[in-house]
Design a binder for this molecule. Sequence first.
Ligand code: UAH
Length: 395
Amino acid sequence: MKKPFRETWIEVNLDAIKGNIRAIRRHIPKQTKIMAVVKANAYGHGSVGVARYALEYGASALAVAMLEEGIVLRQAGITAPILVLGFTPLSRVKEAGAWNIELSAFQVEWIKEAQKIVKSTPFASRLPIHINMDTGMGRLGVRTKEGVLSVVKALEASPDLEWKGIFTHFSTADEPDHTLTKLQHELFVNALRYLEEHGFKLPTVHMCNTAAAIAFPEYSADMIRLGIGMYGLYPSAYIKELNRVKLVPALTLKSRFSNVKTMQSEPYTISYGATYIAKQGEVIGTVPIGYADGYSRALSNRGAVLYCGKRLQIAGRVTMDQLMVSLGVGESEAKQGEEVVLYGQQDTAEITVDEVAEMLGTINYEVVATLSHRIPRLFLEKGKVVEMTHLLPKG
Ligand code: UAH
């Protein structure tokens, strides 16, 4: 397999993804299916590659945030069920039908209009719909059991739509206080019972994200929606400390020095704003990654990279495409082309996505999901590259 164009790349350890899916699988009831959440380019890991392998490793369905993400997967030849979790405007219902992508719905009017659209278009099958109930997320969804009943009635009266699923989403399942999660669960289960009392047979029921699947496996129902855990990251420190499921991070972000120089003469300034002044004789390495790759500028003068199993501090501001690190004062063996690790392990040293998130005052989700499409993704099985994606579609 060819090398990526760029000397900055992401390695996705497929064995870790396989192990994480299996670890979660062992933790939830046997009959519960797994929907692999691959929105946001599979949380930065590369959506087509992750989707393909997650299905091979036991996931039965995929979830994305928006229709285009689903179409990308279909264009890559993926035939498994794909659900759009977010809102789809009526103007895009036709495309959903054409690509056989399942949609979420929560409004009677939307369903009536979608029925008209699908009826007027010759699709091979009915358009599958999952009803979204808002039990405490306050984002999308029907808020009451009576509201859910109205949506179900509208859906069942729509011959070209298929009621495929019903779901809710927990807002605090990753926290030690279980009060709201239990209330959300109760509201959802009450609504499901209410539908049954009105004579409706329930389709696929799903509510758990990673945190809920780990903390409340008894809420797993017919399917869980597995996101962050599949990538080997814990939804929160609390969920990690529960110590119930062992997850292994799948992503390593790597690069190679594009320059190494010794600062021998004035000025000793490094990067925009000259916020770092090197010492005379200090060795500075340049790494070709910047904030346009999703490596945050807020890591300027704060973050680190690993080189030969040791941490090197970032010197000066992270620029759009490059950053500099200090190799200290005096002789250095470092050379252009040598490998550095920005997230992940090198020898026995490690920079975790969690520690970067903490430094940035955010969560691990954001650190990985913002890694840009400019970075090639290499998928590895047993240490061997089995697939690669990069900016150029081919070559
Ligand atoms: C509706 C919805 C989401 O927005 C996200 C997920 C996956 O969450 P985790 O990454 O925390 O597992 C599920 N469902």
